[in-house]
Design a protein around this ligand. Structure first.
Ligand code: MN
Ligand code: MN
Ligand code: MN
Length: 288
């Protein structure tokens, strides 16, 4: 049975609407899905009814940005009470910070004499619409305007730390974000642990702080990581008593390296994240 606990819709920086994601899940036989948009549950909420009609089980999800020792970390929250007030207020706080950062990025880029993209602010606002602004909206615009040819180039040239469009973001602390998710009855998961490029020692430090804050899961399988990475992360999860999650981080169909539900199975020795869910997953035995 195919499951995927990490993907994005137009409610944040994905290319497909919530109902298109459900259609794709049906097409790829993904029976259980979490829509984990950046810092919003709007996509999940608007997909609920259609998912039910289409026979796709949706688990509440979000991918929240937080700060840990000066670095941005993404925490996936799963199976929470979407109406929880403290949790939703926390997400609203992060969303406000995202627009604040985007406006600073727009100002910085506009002030650059050799950066000639007219009406940058309007174009970004139009592109994001009611969604959640992120650096990938800038990257997509730069691609369409011919400034760069792909997303990695956009980050390398303009958006990453040290480049003209980079603005440091002061996200809420890891402890706060994990606290909001657990207060809402959800399970917190460290997203894509390899993406941060931490040393083994530093990753262990992150895991220790995350566990102290009440975090319980880590993505062991994500995107198209080599199997050695999966085995290594499974061992690390077991060593720290963490539950294992899996998710594609799907954003758009042309990113073929992270297709919806295209995931290696969790290694046998791990304890799957759904053992912690209050919502039983149809077709999967609760494993302890
Ligand atoms: Mn994203
Ligand atoms: Mn992420
Ligand atoms: Mn993601």
């Amino acid at each position: 049975m195919k499951v995927d606990f990490h993907c994005h819709t137009t409610a944040s920086d994905g290319a497909l609407t919530p109902s298109e994601i459900i259609d794709l899940a049906v097409q790829y036989n993904v029976e259980c899905l979490s829509i984990t948009d950046h810092d919003t549950t709007a996509g999940y909420e608007s997909a609920l009814e259609y998912a039910k009609q289409q026979g796709v089980q949706l688990i509440a999800g979000v991918e929240a940005s937080c700060s840990w020792r000066g670095q941005t970390i993404h925490i996936v929250g799963l199976d929470f009470d979407v109406k929880h007030k403290v949790f939703q207020a926390g997400l609203a706080e992060i969303r406000a910070m995202r627009w604040d950062r985007a406006n600073q990025m727009i100002d910085k880029l506009n002030q650059r004499p050799n950066f000639n993209l007219t009406n940058l602010g309007d174009k970004i606002r139009q592109r994001v619409g009611p969604g959640i602004v992120g650096r990938s909206h800038f990257a997509q615009l730069f691609i369409e305007e011919g400034l760069v040819s792909n997303t990695p180039q956009a980050f390398d040239k303009y958006l990453k730390r040290g480049r003209v469009g980079y603005v440091n973001s002061d996200w809420p602390a890891l402890e706060a974000v994990v606290g909001w998710i657990t207060a809402a009855g959800g399970v917190a998961v460290i997203a894509h642990p390899k993406v941060y490029k931490f040393t083994s020692r530093k990753l262990n430090m992150l895991i220790a702080d995350f566990k102290l804050a009440g975090g319980q899961g880590i993505e062991v399988v994500n995107q198209s990581r080599p199997s050695s990475d999966i085995i290594g992360m499974a061992d690390r999860a077991n060593a720290h008593g963490l539950y294992a999650s899996l998710g594609s981080d799907f954003h758009r169909p042309e990113h073929t390296w992270r297709g919806l539900g295209w995931l290696a199975p969790l290694p046998e020795k791990t304890t799957p994240i759904w053992a912690l869910f209050k919502t039983p997953i149809k077709g999967l035995e609760k494993q302890k």
